[in-house]
Design a protein around this ligand. Structure first.
Ligand code: F6R
Length: 607
């Protein structure tokens, strides 16, 4: 997730406008920043690695000539954060500059073709194919609009792009597919494009939305939108009633809720992981004798799920060890036949890095799964799978947990195919299952939010909760409990349901709330037994169930319903979503700020 912006102004000060806009988009990424302007038919670029304030201090982004420009703040996906990989990117002649947010899935094929035809690439980014494609079309004699249109038609994946062309210093071209892009207008004095409204909100609240599969030419004379068939689209200007703070959160009251709602998109992007990358990782996993997941907090629960996926899909044994315990537990176990899979959203968690370093010293191979390109963990790893959640601002991990499960599922499927445990058709069926999850999550968000919110009325005075599940659902229960604990400050324990009768059941008295993660799967009958045990002792039962599960509905006080997905191998993954919402609304009900829970930090960089 990066932030892009473009501006055409009659007022001057384009560098200042771009810098301020980028600062307001910095929540979308801050690995590097850059701007490009056109003046006297020449493109000027300033860009570098670092946050906007740091780069501004070095380069003074406000000091650029012209009345038109584009800018970018980057959340690295392809290529480490560096000056070369910073946007804007240009064609061979530096006549076309492009900023991009999204992932161009077919960039390597396009890059190969363009390189064969003499184009020179300088960065590792997927974006750089775009200016070269436009250059190719312009050299073939197409007019600019058609060149942009034909370029966009070649792109697969997600993109919002803004394009400056040196020969046309009065206009910006934009296009979008599955990445956000809005246009802002103010009389004949300003036209903007941006990933998000806050970029230009202090100057205008007059907005035109661009939809997927549309291309637009922006100038001070107007906005011309067309679809990919070249047909003209008329779109009205809307007046947005938003404060800058609300707009930054996409209209949501908190980042946490916004991020919960971003999960369909985040998962979809993560499921686009390059197959070559998966194969590289699976080779390492297939060649070793021992696989150990290590991570902390939410990422540890993802590791537990990883263990289930590997066992059930690829018949591969593994274990999950909390990073802070790693050296104590593993000191006589690790050797060069070991692979450690270190999972960390930030890639900067001290415990996880220490565990990985410790294992590496003893000869183990390290695979990292991280949401942060170029982070410390990824730098010491032999291979890395990047999740694609974009920056997570809320301290509580939500979308990054879900995408970790997505990445682990993909790895497990690939390893199963690699080891010939499944054939190509079975692999494809599993991929279909995974690819259907974003839609199911969207349905949960659309249908369940209201019932989850309402349920807090009955539970907000409870001081302790038990969360139970069996198999992989116990890991989901643990993560649900962690969410409640950390943002609503309510004691909650996640447990394997079968184990609850060996101790935690002593806590149960009249009205004690017990949350069950209870999909219709191989654990269903036994979980009903566990519910009855708790009910018999006066517990109030909250169950996350499949919407047609009348059996558990009848014995529960509260249910959160999940759409039916009978044959979907990965259906358990989505059961975390209502539990995230439950924790969120419990915190809000208690008047707490879910984005900034006390005593916690987004990346725990101390051991
Ligand atoms: C929970 C949470 C923490 C992190 C943990 C590991 O909501 O955010 O428990 O999961 O500190 O962080 P990463 O994944 O960055 O290593």
């Amino acid at each position: 997730m990066c932030g892009i912006v473009g501006v055409i102004t009659a007022e001057g000060g384009v560098g200042e406008v771009l810098s301020k806009a980028l600062k307001r988009l910095e929540y979308r990424g801050y690995d590097s920043v850059g701007v490009a302007t056109v003046n006297e038919n020449r493109i000027y670029i300033k860009k570098d690695k670092g946050k906007i304030d740091e780069v501004n201090e070095r380069l003074d982004l406000t000091d650029v000539p012209g009345l038109i420009g584009i800018g970018h703040t980057r959340w690295a996906t392809h290529g480490i954060p560096s000056k070369i990989n910073s946007h804007p990117h240009c064609d061979c002649e530096n006549r076309i500059a492009v900023v991009h947010n999204g992932i161009i899935e077919n960039y390597s094929g396009l890059k190969e073709r363009l390189t064969r035809n003499g184009h020179k690439f300088v960065s590792e980014t997927d974006t750089e194919v775009v200016p070269h494609l436009i250059e190719e079309k312009l050299n073939n004699g197409l007019n600019t609009f058609t060149a942009i249109l034909e370029t966009v038609k070649e792109l697969k994946g997600s993109y919002a792009i803004a394009v400056l062309i040196a020969d046309y210093p009065d206009r910006i071209y934009v296009a979008r597919n599955e990445s956000p892009l809005v246009i802002g207008v103010k009389d004949k004095s300003y036209v903007f494009c941006a990933s998000d409204i806050p970029a230009f909100l202090p100057i205008t609240n007059q907005v035109i939305f661009l939809y997927d599969g549309e291309v637009a030419e922006l100038s001070l004379n107007g906005v011309a939108i067309r679809n990919l068939n070249g047909e003209i689209i008329n779109r009205e200007i809307l007046e947005m009633d938003l404060t800058p703070e609300m707009a930054k959160k996409g209209g949501f009251p908190h980042f946490m809720l916004k991020e919960i709602f971003e999960q369909p998109k985040a998962l979809k992007n993560t499921l686009r992981i390059d197959e070559g990358r998966l194969i590289e990782v699976c080779k390492i996993l297939n060649e070793c004798d021992r696989i150990i997941f290590t991570s902390a907090g939410t990422s540890f629960y993802a590791g537990l799920c990883g263990k289930y996926f590997l066992a059930n899909l690829s018949r591969t044994r593994s274990e999950a060890v909390i990073s802070s315990e790693f050296d104590e537990v593993m000191k006589n176990i690790i050797d060069e036949r070991t692979t450690v899979v270190a999972i960390s959203q930030s890639g900067e968690t001290s415990d996880t890095i220490s565990a990985a370093k410790y294992a590496k010293r003893l000869g183990a191979k390290i695979i990292s799964i991280s949401n942060t390109v170029g982070s410390s963990l990824t730098r010491l790893a032999d291979a890395t799978i990047y999740t694609q959640a974009g920056p997570e601002i809320g301290v509580a991990a939500t979308k990054t947990f879900l995408v970790q499960l997505g990445a682990l599922s993909l790895i497990s499927c690939k390893l199963a195919e690699f080891k010939a445990v499944i054939n190509r058709d079975e692999y494809k069926k599993l991929l279909n299952d995974l690819n259907s999850l974003p839609e199911i999550i969207q349905l949960i968000l659309d249908k369940t939010e209201r019932e989850v919110k309402a349920s807090t009325e009955a539970y907000h005075n409870s001081i302790s909760f038990l969360y139970l599940g069996r198999g992989i659902n116990s890991a989901v229960a643990m993560e649900g409990a962690l969410k409640l604990k950390e943002i609503a400050y309510i004691h909650a324990e996640g447990y394997a349901a079968g184990e609850s009768k060996h101790g935690p059941i002593a806590l149960i008295n009249q009205g004690f709330p017990v949350v069950f993660v209870a999909p219709i799967d191989s654990t269903h009958n036994k979980i009903i037994g566990n519910i009855m045990e708790m009910k018999a002792r006066g517990a109030r039962i909250i169950s996350v169930i499949e919407e047609e599960d009348k059996e558990i509905q009848l014995i529960s006080d509260t249910v959160f319903r999940i759409p039916k997905a009978t044959d979907n191998f990965f259906k358990q993954i989505v059961y975390i979503v209502p539990l995230q919402l439950f924790a969120y609304y419990m915190a809000v009900r208690k008047g707490l700020d879910p984005d900034k829970p006390r005593n916690l930090a987004k990346a725990v960089t101390v051991a």
